[in-house]
Design a protein around this ligand. Sequence first.
Ligand code: ATP
Length: 586
Amino acid sequence: MSVLYRVLKLLRPYRLSLMVGLLCLLLSTGAMLLQPVFWQKMVDQVLDKKQTDLFWPLILAMLGCGVLNAFCGGLRSWLLERTGQKFVLELRRSLYAHLQSQSLSFFHDRRTGDLISRVIGDIDTLQEVVINGIDGFLSNILSMIGVAVVLVLYNWKLGLATVAPVFVTFTLMYRYNKKVKPVYRAARDKLGDVSSKLQENLTGVQSVKAFAREEQAASKFEETIRAFFMQNLLGISLRTKFMPAVQFISHVGSFISIGYGAYLVMNKEVSVGVLVACRGYWWQLYGPVYSIAGINDMLQRASAAGGRVFDLLDTKPELSDAPNAIELPKVKGEVVFHHVSFNYASRNGIVKDLSLRVPAGTRVGLAGPSGAGKSTLLNLIPRFYDPQSGSISIDGHDLKSVTQSSLRRQIGMVLQESFLFNDSILENIRFGRPSATREEAERAARDANAHEFIEKLPKGYDTMVGERGVKLSGGQRQRIAIARAFLANPAILLLDEATSAVEPESEAIIQQALDRLMSGRTTFVISHRLSIIRACDLIVILENGVRIEQGSHQELLDGNGLYAQMYRMQMEGAPSAAQLAAGGGK
Ligand code: ATP
């Protein structure tokens, strides 16, 4: 389906504004079309045949047409521009909602900068079509057709001779569009590359500086902007051949119309007044033709941008709620894995045939070598991914039978790096439950051992944390994340290396807060520090996606398997290559 057709479909709700706009367009075009008729009458009847009583009526008629044209033109622009802005607002809203409905793998396979470029830049380009494109295209097409018809009616021979070159222009435009479309699309894609590279370099600025790799980062950015520049040059080179060609054809049209017109006047086939009127119409014919050529170019660029927007909108979410999905009722937190196997699109055997029953309130420790599949297993519980086979249930409800939002509301997560928004501390805590009062948020912060440090900040709970929380320490960020989880009060808690990235003294405070948070909730804990894992009720050891051991700390020590080996190594405090390989992935 062409981009323009889809844009028109999306414009359906605004059809009333569009129709009034079009009516204004018809009136203002008609008013302009009448002008040369008055010129002709002025020349032939007032000047030539001395019918002076027609002088003032003709002047008033011309003025009236001018006023009508200005009023209708203004109203039309206002209506269409407003419609264009509303259309863009709606498109951005639905594109954002569509992005949010996508699964995690969608975002892993795409570049954030490119997605931003589609939501911002590409939609902006599309906005131009709605505001200036449709308006300009229709008004010019309409006046061009009107003028062509009037010209032919005036004198069919002179009319056809004047109009004929227009067909050549349109044939040329058709061929130009075929060539320029892929060039413009590639240019939009390259702009997406620029946005991605910029986003990556800015996000990773600390690493760039730490390794003194500014030059390397700049040269990679230079490569991307140069590729964009070269692609734009290709477009410019096509455009700068096409537009002068259109101009040249219009000049040829002018010679034909004047030459042939003069010949007809000399042969007394038409009056001088008709020739004057036809000259007036010539301007009104080729002005729109030239404008259409320009608008066509804008439409091609917008079509390339629109293609990128609609490509996104057409991506079906990999994971969606079943049509008959129910709201997950408040759960106690029993989690059951039933013969679960999971692969990433590009990697097989990440989790292999895992069955596990975790009674409500149990603390499960997941350990094993780096890359064993621990985090992946955790991500299956909130349904960030669906297993290829087997099933997972919570309190007997298959995850696929409940809505994703009702499921995730009952699950809290604290990861190694917690993401904070560039907002106040209070709002970041309230992210766990937006309806919470300030007092509830403060209580959650106290439970998370965060209240004390927050109070010491210059603006307390109203302190802005900076992008991704950069103005706080790692340990402080973790405590805000824990406060969030307290506020959300989930039945199930997922902790993935929640204390790994913080200093030992901070770790003790965080661990204390986590112990409080875990109390009475089903908790899955991933940690390479086995001192944390040993306190769990049940420990599961994974290797290459397979559960190789399971039991309590004592049972696993007695079993003398991988866990016992890893534990002894850590307790003896002798770091070795084997130990690093076994636990140090995070
Ligand atoms: P670590 O302790 O090092 O964090 P882990 O046991 O948590 O490791 P996972 O993060 O679950 O391991 O990764 C399991 C395997 O899946 C790894 O081999 C990893 O390379 C791969 N993997 C992880 N995420 C993806 C992804 N989005 N796409 C493809 N492969 C992935």
